[in-house]
Design a protein around this ligand. Structure first.
Ligand SMILES: Nc1ncnc2c1ncn2[C@@H]1O[C@H](COP(=O)(O)OP(=O)(O)OP(=O)(O)O)[C@@H](O)[C@H]1O
Ligand SMILES: [Mg+2]
Length: 282
């Protein structure tokens, strides 16, 4: 692991009444990290992201971003300090084009604010930065189409482009390929893999192909608690992780697909088991 830490969650606890969604979670994100957070449904992944971004307030523990305790800061103040999660554009910006959307965000970021439309292409390198983002995210060919007309994979690309336009130090990606049809996934996978090296990325994802392709480090959450953390190899060969995903403990799993029927908790865990099984066994 890299020597310097950009973001730390320290002994985070989140209770919802009687439910403990986050149980004493400590997690360190290294500078330039390619770190994935995995775990079965209900493990507490989204809750952890909500704690990190300030959507939820922790019951206990603290969050440190680049040496500063940000536990009490509201979400926008965390964004200003360089921690950005992907935006959900499903509601927002439907009538705007990718170019307009990015020009707005880049201008906002550079303090030009609402005057962006007067100045686009004229100064401050806004147009250049937009062009760069449009190309990086494979959006150049659709940059003048209304967002509502874009294919779903392109919208997910735009979401990440918007986040990157905020010039993050830490980028939190919550299931970037969820719902993306197979034909559009490869472009998204490649783009995520090619994010700038100096941006530290924490990825939450059920898709194990993406996780194992992307991550240099993986943290596994189960029932709100940290089960283990390690390299992809360590995680793929960890008997506890296999037990969680495959539901049959340390029994060698052989080369065949995992027996989903033996997983204790129904469809979604079984589905995860199928894809993890592919990685673990492959
Ligand atoms: N606002 C809330 N009120 C009460 N319980 C909640 C709330 N948010 C989450 N929980 C509970 O906390 C636990 C963790 O949920 P969370 O959504 O963080 O899991 P997850 O790992 O993101 O799951 P998934 O993989 O399905 O997205 C679950 O038991 C959930 O029911
Ligand atoms: Mg979730």
């Amino acid at each position: 692991m890299g020597s310097d830490i950009v973001l730390s969650a320290e002994h985070l606890v989140k209770r919802f009444g009687g439910i403990i969604a986050t149980q004493d979670v400590t997690l360190h994100l290294a500078r330039g990290a390619r770190h994935a957070l995995i775990g079965p449904n209900g493990a507490g992944k989204t809750t952890l992201i909500n704690l990190l971004t300030g959507v939820l307030e922790p019951s206990e523990g603290r969050i440190v971003l680049q040496g500063e305790d940000i536990t009490q800061l509201p979400p926008h103040a965390r964004v200003q300090r360089g921690m950005v999660r992907t935006f959900q554009i499903n509601q927002l910006f439907q009538g705007m084009t990718p170019l307009e959307t990015l020009a707005m965000v880049v201008s906002q970021q550079r303090g030009i604010g609402a005057r962006w439309w007067q100045r686009l292409g004229r100064e401050d390198g806004v147009a250049e930065r937009c062009q760069e983002l449009l190309e990086r995210f494979h959006l150049a060919d659709v940059m003048n189409q209304p967002t509502s007309h874009l294919a779903y994979g392109k919208r997910r690309l735009l979401e990440i482009a918007i986040a990157l336009a905020c010039e993050p130090r830490v980028l939190l990606l919550d299931e970037p390929v969820a719902g993306v049809p197979p034909g559009e996934r490869e472009e998204l996978l490649q783009t995520v893999a090619a994010l700038p090296a100096d941006v530290s990325v924490l990825l939450i994802e059920h898709d194990m192909d993406l996780v194992f392709e992307f991550a240099k480090r993986i943290t596994v959450l189960v029932n709100g608690a940290l089960l283990t953390e390690g390299t992809p190899d360590e995680i793929a060969n960890d008997p506890q992780v296999k037990a969680v995903y495959l539901g049959h403990g340390e029994e060698p799993s052989g080369d065949g697909p995992p027996r989903a029927a033996s997983a204790p908790s129904g469809g979604s865990v079984a589905a995860s088991a199928a894809s993890v099984g592919g990685e673990i066994n492959g």
